[in-house]
Design a protein. Structure first.
Length: 162
């Protein structure tokens, strides 16, 4: 089985990955909880600094991730042209900027998704981003390949996955 598709990286696709990745970190969840606590304190005591702290803790991370995503898509030459992927029994082949590289399944550490995209991690902070819109009718084949070649405990596919 083999699935071939191209991904044209956009700010929204990269932002989707960055949000998903950031909010799986404990520090992000703690800062969001603290933001909510500060907003509750503001409601009870009407002190401006509770409001400022709450809004800062709740909105700093998403806004900075959006800015970072925008800058990466705009500045990195790698994202200027579509990236071609071939997913098969050997692994994931990436074709970009005239170069081709095969990442074997044994080098893929985990897989997860959001409603818009699937992510196959190859390191702690690096992953392939497979947007559903770009995969089209190949999405089912890609999911079958991911599930058949990766350890089931490392595959956290939800929202209409297999």
């Amino acid at each position: 089985m083999e699935a071939c598709f191209e991904v044209k990286m956009t700010t929204s696709k990269l932002y989707d990955f960055n949000l998903q990745h950031a909010y799986k970190q404990p520090i992000s969840l703690i800062s969001s909880a603290l933001g909510v606590i500060f907003l509750i304190l503001f409601i009870n005591y009407l002190k401006w600094y509770y409001l400022a702290a709450g809004l800062l803790l709740l909105f700093y991370l998403p806004i900075s991730l959006l800015r970072s995503s925008f800058m990466k898509v705009k500045m990195l030459e790698y994202f200027r042209e579509p990236i071609a992927y071939v997913v098969n029994d050997e692994g994931i082949t990436v074709k970009a900027m005239g170069e081709e590289q095969l990442i074997e399944w044994k080098d893929c550490t985990r897989a997860c998704n959001t409603r818009q995209s699937y992510f196959v991690y190859t390191g702690k902070n690096s992953a392939f981003i497979f947007p559903r819109k770009d995969m089209g009718d190949k999405a089912d084949d890609v999911l079958k390949l991911i599930c058949s070649h990766m350890d089931a405990k490392n595959v956290k596919i939800r929202f209409g996955g297999l």
